[in-house]
Design a protein around this ligand. Sequence first.
Ligand SMILES: [Zn+2]
Length: 60
Amino acid sequence: MEKTNHCGVCERQKPRGIYIYQMYICEDCEKEVISTEPGDVRYSYFLKKLKSINQSTIHS
Ligand SMILES: [Zn+2]
C-alpha cells in the first residue's frame, strides 16, 4: 500500500513536499508560503494551520 502525503494547506494529495512540525506541505504550497508576505491572508491562514498542529503536539 502506497502512502500518499496529504498537504495540510491545500488539502490535496501531493507526492512531493516537506514536513514542518507534523504538517506536510506540498511543493506548490511551500513555494507560495515562501513568497507570501507576512500580513497576507494566505500567510495567516498558513500560520493558523501550523499553530493548530503545533499545539496538539505540545499538549501530548
Ligand atoms: Zn498544498
